[in-house]
Design a protein around this ligand. Structure first.
Ligand code: GLU
Length: 425
């Protein structure tokens, strides 16, 4: 049976940048956004495309394409991850940069939004090839990035080691060590405690708050998670710590199910050896399509965009969807879920825990003064809980869903910054 992560399904029918603009139009109408502010947000401030010849292990030279897009800088330096994926496009990166602008405003951290991408299949690259490609990209975009300008971070298929190479390349070129140029670094070179787990932990906190609004307890809730990368696996772990049962998870290859709850620590160990969890022997197997339709209380998509579509939205049984991934729900699916009364906690709120702890990392780097894991986690929970309460209050007041409420909150914050700064000259 084809899985939801098969090629045809991954490529959303609608272009992600169109999806982002559609969301912007929706909120602009609702709050009567001034046309010039709408125009400002409907365009990216800077988009850079680079081509990068890289020497491969066999001596041949292969040319890769990469992008860095800064969507908006009105509330502070640009911030956002870097993804390595064979299907990355400039429009996808523009949409992701736009969502970063909105996300940083939702949680009220002093950044604009950016994103980067390299078109490559990391599974096919050796460690040396990966390092040369990363360093080449860091050099190509070094005029754009910096602690006061634009601060990359991990995203799909990028990790602390890749951040270390970017930090080192930038520092070598400039002549001194600049830890604050990227976040999500290894802890011994200026990374933060808790950064790796932060997005997943924030997803679990958002879920806790969402269930609370329905008068439900997270304890005993049945959770299904699509994606078992950094976000999905850390969310799973936090859900278990909170007393929920994770009954199904998947990766790109397929899914696993256990009605009594999966052993997440065992699965993480199994995956560590480079194996796909789809081959794990101690649970029932199911496809990604079946996983999304599994009876459960909470569905947490933590893979790629465009997974919940008009074709499967009606078959989803969860009462709450919490978007760990960026853009997992297409606009048509969003409408269908709203009509059915499914509570969707949008990406721009639900997965903001990652960039929130990136902000903490950057602050620690700039001060050269480091916090312990308890401090980081407590501050993360405070920010996520406050942002959820603010978004929820707007959704009640305006009688709109949480996505539109989060957009209203974010765009009002960005507009205020724009209006008080004014237009130069
Ligand atoms: N890639 C993450 C996101 O989409 C984190 C970005 C960051 O930490 O700057 O939110």
């Amino acid at each position: 049976m084809p899985t939801a992560l098969d090629k045809e399904e991954i490529l959303p029918k609608n272009n992600p940048w169109q999806q982002a603009l559609g969301q912007l139009q929706g909120v602009a109408q609702k709050i009567n956004l001034e046309p010039w502010i709408y125009d400002r947000l409907a365009h990216c401030k800077r988009s850079v495309t680079v081509s990068m010849p890289v020497r491969m292990d066999d001596g041949s030279i292969q040319t890769f394409e990469g992008y860095r897009v800064q969507h908006n800088l009105d509330r502070g330096p640009a911030k956002g991850g870097l993804r390595f994926h064979h299907e990355v496009t400039l429009d996808e990166v523009k949409a992701l940069a736009f969502w970063m602008t909105i996300k940083c405003a939702v949680v009220n951290i002093p950044y604009g939004g950016a994103k980067g991408g390299i078109v490559c299949d990391p599974k096919k690259l050796s460690r040396g090839e990966m390092e040369r490609l990363t360093r080449k990209f860091a050099s190509e975009i070094s005029f754009l990035i910096g602690p006061d300008k634009d601060i990359p971070a991990p995203d799909v298929n990028t990790d602390p080691q890749i951040m270390a190479w970017i930090m080192d390349t930038y520092s070598m070129n400039i002549g001194y060590t600049v830890p604050g140029v990227v976040t999500g670094k290894p802890i011994n070179i200026g990374g933060s405690e808790g950064r790796r787990e932060a997005t997943g932990r924030g997803v679990a906190v958002a879920t806790f708050e969402a269930l609370k609004t329905l008068g439900r307890d997270i304890k005993g809730s049945r959770v299904v998670i699509q994606g078992f990368g950094n976000v999905g696996s850390n969310a799973a772990r936090t859900f278990i710590q909170m007393g929920a049962e994770v009954i199904a998870v998947s990766d790109w290859k397929g899914g696993l199910y256990d009605k009594n709850g999966l052993d997440i620590d065992d699965l993480r160990l199994y995956k560590k050896d480079g194996r796909s969890i789809a081959d794990y022997p101690r649970a029932e197997h199911l496809s990604n399509a079946q996983l999304l339709e599994c009876p459960c209380d909470v569905l947490v998509p933590c893979a790629l965009q465009g997974q919940i579509t008009k074709d499967n939205a009606q078959s989803i049984k969860a009462e709450v969807i919490v978007e760990g991934a960026n853009g997992p729900t297409t606009p048509e699916a969003d409408r269908l879920l709203r009509e059915r009364g499914v509570l969707v906690v949008p990406d721009i709120l639900a997965n903001a825990g990652g960039v929130t702890v990136s902000y903490f990392e950057w602050v620690q780097d700039l001060q050269a003064f480091f916090w312990n894991a308890d401090d980081v986690n407590r501050k993360l929970t405070d920010i996520m809980t406050r942002a959820f309460a603010e978004v929820y209050a707007i959704s009640r007041r305006e009688q709109v869903d949480l996505r539109l409420a989060a957009y209203i909150l974010a765009i009002e914050r960005i507009s205020k910054a724009l209006l008080v700064r004014g237009i130069y000259p």
